[in-house]
Design a protein around this ligand. Structure first.
Ligand SMILES: *[C@@H]1O[C@H](CO)[C@@H](O)[C@H](O)[C@H]1NC(C)=O
Ligand SMILES: *[C@@H]1O[C@H](CO)[C@@H](O)[C@H](O)[C@H]1NC(C)=O
Length: 172
């Protein structure tokens, strides 16, 4: 009986520890599928509607402006430019996006995740999204309760208040 209780407690503990989920876009199903907004002239595949392939042009696969540095005057000292299917229709269904990060001196790209990309290949999506950890923890609406944050970070309430007051610094 004692042994069974112990095994059960291991299972419960394991279930509580293993909370990572992994999800990503399905694999590309065709060579290309240029995104269009008008559903009447389109065929739906995974992702956005596709332009008739006969009407696709070279420009659908061309993105300009990626070479232009952006303003990094913010508290983090960096700015991320994410190029996704929303601004580059040729990426539709290709399972890929790309980004440029500009850094000021001593700037950094803060810890973040790309929720629609798989964990080991963050950009494996045409629209991987971006969530900055500090913003999600200290700047969520509604806020995460003080009781939870003070205990989780082992600091007092003033420290949490300070951090909450600084949230919302987006660098993208
Ligand atoms: C599609 O619609 C969105 C939202 O209305 C708009 O922002 C975007 O520019 C449109 N894209 C194209 C390729 O027309
Ligand atoms: C960069 O952004 C900062 C803060 O918003 C602003 O004060 C500054 O004028 C901007 N610099 C340029 C070159 O746009």
């Amino acid at each position: 009986m004692k042994m069974e209780a112990r095994i059960l407690s291991y299972i419960v503990l394991w279930a509580m520890i293993v909370f990572l989920a992994s999800a990503s876009d399905p694999s590309p199903l065709q060579d290309f599928c240029v995104a269009v907004n008008d559903s009447k002239t389109a065929v739906f595949v995974n992702g956005k509607f596709c332009k008739d392939p006969k009407l696709a042009t070279a420009n659908d696969f061309f993105y300009t402006g990626f070479n232009i540095p952006r303003n990094t005057s913010n508290p983090i000292g960096s700015v991320a430019t994410l190029v996704t299917v929303d601004v580059f229709p040729g990426l539709n269904t290709l399972g890929i996006a790309f980004a440029r990060v500009d850094f000021a001196r001593s700037g950094l790209n803060p810890p973040h995740t790309h929720p629609r990309g798989v964990a080991y290949a963050a950009f494996s999506s045409q629209n991987p999204g971006r969530i900055d950890i500090a913003n999600a923890v200290f700047g969520s609406t509604p806020p995460i309760s003080d009781d939870v944050l003070t205990k989780a970070f082992q600091v007092d309430q003033n420290v949490i208040r300070d951090l909450q007051a600084q949230f919302g610094i987006e660098n993208n």
